[in-house]
Write a protein that binds this ligand. Sequence first.
Ligand SMILES: Cc1ncc(COP(=O)(O)O)c(C=O)c1O
Length: 399
Amino acid sequence: MTGIYFDNNATTRVDPVVVEAMLPYFTEQFGNPSSMHSFGNKVGLAIKKARMQVQELLGAEHDSEIIFTSCGTESDSTAILSALKAQPERKEIITTTVEHPAILTLCAYLEKEGYKVHYLKVDGKGRLDLDEYRRRLTDQVAVVSAMWANNETGTFFPVVEMAELANAAGAMFHTDAVQAVGKVPLNLKDTKIDMLSVSGHKLHAPKGIGVLYLKRGTRFRPLLRGGHQERGRRAGTENTTSIVGLGKAAEMAMEAMAYENTEVKRLRDKLEAGILAKVPRSFVTGNPDDRLPNTSNIAFEFIEGEAILLLLNKFGIAASSGSACTSGSLEPSHVMRAMGIPYTAAHGTVRFSLSRYSTEAEVDRVIAVVPEIIAQLRKLSPYWDGDGPKEEAFAPTYA
Ligand SMILES: Cc1ncc(COP(=O)(O)O)c(C=O)c1O
């Protein structure tokens, strides 16, 4: 595929080195790691190595804290359902209004099952109110689940501090770190985080492989029961090739961490500054001072995000829109609504998410193309007149 791929928060390309590491496990190393013979043993050793590579990336204390799953969504579900089953006397959950559907859809289901779910609000920059959190953190709360970094804006939540508060209240703490893992250094052994979700395809490993980190000593109830794989915590024959791939990807992410936080961040900042300087009535959503180094979510007022994406696509540029009608309702994303972004801006948000493959030339090209596209679309916008918005364009913010 040619073109400019700035949609790395949706998924990443599998690194060729990762593919290379995986290949033998499709062919000559095909054994079942549960088998006693050498075919099985060799694969068992490869899984052990991958577990240690992931342990290193997460800064976990022990490799037994790493449970391989099928994806980030499975890790999220396993964590929350396990915490509820392990503490049946506690019937409340705390989460946030801006989580991924992997958490929010599960919580909506759990509400129907009789659990009380507290959804913490965010401010205009996507930040949580920790006082509200403290108020809701009673001895009824079984589990708190808050994402490490938001997938749309990249904004961080103070999960290390939140985990300490949860721990003091006797609640378990889970974080969906699907977007953060591989982009920011983690040191889980020094935190009170009990459970953490990882998704391989966000860090240049294949799709369909994930990890649930489970701190030693955390009470656990498996989602899948059956064989003894993953020490009985996740039954089912291991996805050996993808586990090997994720291990390699974790090792490479460790090596690229500094680059991600300097060079990728520099390119992201250049992209953002270049666009904002050339496009009137555009702004960054989320918290620009505390977010992932690769993510820029820009609102272009008075036009439609989908239209921008279509035109970008014509230029061979892939990005994504915060206004995607995921629920089929044509509503802007729940994250934009939660931040109270005015309707006329929330509809025109575009997320650019870079990776270590992104280049200066790509950034320059996008900076050149975006202002042209926006100007073209604003000519068609009923809310735009010449150089600026019409009076009637100013809609109220969300309640
Ligand atoms: C924050 C977050 N959580 C969970 C997921 C789901 O991960 P997976 O696709 O591996 O199920 C995603 C993927 O977009 C995500 O961005």
